[in-house]
Design a protein around this ligand. Sequence first.
Ligand SMILES: [Zn+2]
Length: 469
Amino acid sequence: MGLRVYNTLSRQKEEFVPLRGKRVHMFVCGLTPQDHAHVGHAKTYVAFDVVAKYLRQKGYRVFYLQNVTDVEDRIIEKMAATGKAWQDIVQPFFREYEDAMAALNVTAVDVYAWATDYMHEIVEQIRGLIDRGFAYVAEDGSVYYDTTKYKGWGQLSGQKVEKNLPGARVAVEERKRNPADFALWKAQKPGEPSWDSPWGKGRPGWHIEDTAITIRHFGPQYDIHGGATELMFPHHEAEIAQAEAFTGVKPFVKYWMHGGMLMVRGEEMHKSLGNYWALKDALAQFDGEVLRFFLVNAHYRSPIDFTLEGLEEAKSAYARLADTIANLEAELRSAPEPGIEDPSLRAAAKRARETFETAMDDDFNTREALAGLFDLANAVNRSSGKVGREALADAWATFDASGAVLGLWRRPKDSGKGLAGDLIDALVELREDARKRKDFATSDRIRDVLAARGVVLEDTKSGVRWKAR
Ligand SMILES: [Zn+2]
């Protein structure tokens, strides 16, 4: 059985069949860089990084697009509070986000699309929605989407359209006809950044940027839309309403994927609750690989409870696994060419590969996939010291291929056959020569030089071997 993906739209797992053969168009709601990125962002972006990497490993050609919301209410609030230009708020926070993503090995995004670079597409889309009767211009020059005109409202989230009951009060400044209506274009208020439009100066609402960006790059339909569960309503509902009304093509997105929430000690994370974790603070305490391991050791649709205890546990579990792989690499370098064949290690590696594929094909179940790799690590530890090169290489290749998808144990990405491995071998030999002639100053120096770069030397019965960590 092939890949199955849980689709929020149908509320079930479906066979994954892209719209255009092996091509996959994938979009994930991106950052609004108005504050430090937080650990919830890490959960979302690590999850979809794994999705893209797994699809690529399966032979799909993925175009992974993510937006950057560089004009939005909260940015404008910061402008008022700090007196800064919006660019000077957005740019540093986005750079910080990029650094954090690099530390987390989030590398699969092809294009970061900045909302303000798509003003032409945004205005054209709003104009089209007005022409087709799905949007109306308010007296101040703002434009609203009329949710009562669109038949499919609520299909993703199950939310119903509220009709504007007689006597119900709608905020005066928001000249809306119905409570669920939302702004496509917001007329400029004093001091706000603005762009020209047929309805006067203003700026786009939040929902319209995503459909302007994706229709520009993907056309009226695409394969995967991802994001955190909190964005399902109204944001994703609004995207469907905009796109399907504008293009007339259904469905706008074939598979809607939503990641579970990140909680802190069982509560939602909020600055007001004092439990807010900026990503940079988490990365100051824990290595990016450990944080990534902590996140992928749960299924992406499950909520995760972010606790220091949980992270400490992840840290030691990850260290054990990484140490086994480093031992395996050291073993592989010194193993005899034909050596002893080890059927149980071979079988364990095969089982781990099968478990990995079965688990990942089942809606990207990284937790199960990792469980299979822990079993393989146990088999490697049991077989230590007796096995020939081929069986060890087989186990190593299993960790290497799964690590490429999960984005883990990148250091060292080298079974010892590259130039770096050759140079370390040469240094280890020089140190042995120095020791034989009792030049301990030199042999210690070489050992220290290697240790400073994370290469540790171990004495074994068959001689000295090295481990990189
Ligand atoms: Zn979005």
